[in-house]
Design a binder for this molecule. Structure first.
Ligand SMILES: Nc1nc2c(c(=O)[nH]1)N[C@H]1C(S)=C(S)[C@@H](COP(=O)(O)O)O[C@H]1N2
Ligand SMILES: [Mo]
Length: 368
């Protein structure tokens, strides 16, 4: 292991719960996650499929090619100098977040993420739309904008460069960033230094780290992480039976929420307790969060902390409750701008790769 790799591992081990060291995958403790509306960089989950890249920021180049009038080759400094700076608050969430709940129904692929494979940050960079326009990119809605990065990853026995893509209308939405700062700080290598994509509202996988190439093309990115991974299959499809083309590409994330405090299995003293957690709804607003302290028979309304001018930011919620002696099942359900709420149980959403666990989060606590 190189010296560089040791430092990101040390940072992860100091601040996060590490699921695996190679590749490095880690998430923060849930109570710390909801202790601030903006997630500090050291507390942002880390999801890598290959090795963390250590890139020289000054010599790094981003090429823009494919269906464009003039291909571009830009340094990070060129992006800073030639394009308007854009800052927005957005949550970043892995499609595998809360997978541990699905694994209680039945085994799935992948790491057992708790409910902290997400964070909410202020991202600064330039708008992908501005860069596409500078290249004279074609704008047809059927096109894909692909992002390629230098990390080599293995998916389904195939090794290839990391490459993902998003539909052109999303790419031109203005909110998709080529970002060089998180919360006003330079990105750490594990979060994509010197340049990463941020696709607000979409599964984290589309937010390519260490991005070196933007390509406007007819079909999805030619990398198995795009064509075979991060797809949603119906519950009857088992590992080894998947028809990749029939799987649904996971882009916009579903409505979701979780209880982060108290912890699952906590032993509490009788009396007042504050319950806290997060809620996200892709592009939609969170309109209401209900919490039950009796397994879902009755519901109380939580107080929301939101940033209304930032449609892609998460919502934090809290509820002051009184818990009597005994065992309690705590449940949360969020409602979005279309008054839709979450599926009841993990059985409703189980799929063999373990994606999009968005059922109501339930935990048990004991009060003494
Ligand atoms: N180049 C590259 N980009 C990547 C990944 C990766 O492995 N390689 N992982 C993706 C996934 S699945 C997620 S959820 C997010 C995680 O970003 P973070 O580690 O900064 O939290 O990055 C995405 N971008
Ligand atoms: Mo992810």
């Amino acid at each position: 292991m190189t010296e560089n790799a040791t430092s990101e591992l040390e940072r992860a081990q100091a601040n996060l719960l590490v699921h695996s060291t190679s590749p490095l995958n880690a998430e923060p403790p849930m109570d710390r996650l909801v202790s601030s509306f903006i997630t500090p960089q050291k507390d942002l989950y880390i999801r890598t499929h290959g090795e963390v890249q250590h890139i020289d920021g000054a010599s790094h180049r981003l090429t823009v090619s494919g269906q464009v009038e003039h291909a571009l080759e830009l340094s990070v400094q060129d992006l800073r100098d030639r394009f308007p700076r854009r800052t927005l608050t957005a949550s970043l969430q892995c499609a595998g977040n809360r997978r541990a709940d699905l694994q209680e129904v039945k085994k799935t692929e992948g790491d057992p993420w708790q409910a902290a494979a997400l964070g909410n940050a202020s991202w600064t960079g330039v708008s992908l739309r501005d860069v596409l326009e500078a290249a004279g990119a074609a704008t047809d809605a059927s096109l894909q904008v692909a992002f390629y990065s230098p990390d080599e990853i293995e998916v389904e026995g195939e090794t290839a460069r990391f490459g993902v893509s998003i539909p052109m209308p999303k790419a031109r939405g203005g909110e998709v960033l080529l970002a060089f700062e998180m919360n006003g700080e330079t990105l750490q290598p594990e979060h994509g230094y010197p340049l990463r994509v941020i696709v607000p509202g979409y599964a984290g996988v589309r937010s390519a780290k260490w991005v070196s190439e933007v390509r406007v093309q007819d079909g999805p990115a030619e990398s198995p992480i795009q064509t075979k991974d991060y797809k949603l299959f119906p519950p009857h499809v088992r590992k080894g039976e998947a028809d990749w083309d029939a799987g649904l590409t996971i882009d916009a994330l579903p409505l979701n929420s979780a209880i982060c405090e108290p912890a699952r299995g906590a032993r509490l003293k009788e009396g007042p307790v504050t319950l806290k957690g997060w809620a996200t709804a892709s592009e939609r607003a969170i309109r209401r969060v209900d919490v039950s302290i009796d397994g879902g028979r009755s519901w109380l309304q939580a107080k929301l902390q939101q940033q209304p001018d930032q449609p892609h930011a998460w919502t934090l919620w809290r509820l002051d409750a009184e818990l009597k002696k005994g065992e309690h099942e705590l449940v949360v359900r969020a409602f979005d701008g279309a008054m839709q709420t979450q599926p009841d149980t993990p059985d409703d959403t189980w799929n063999y790769p373990g994606y999009l666990a968005a059922h109501r989060h339930r935990i048990h606590v004991a009060v003494e």
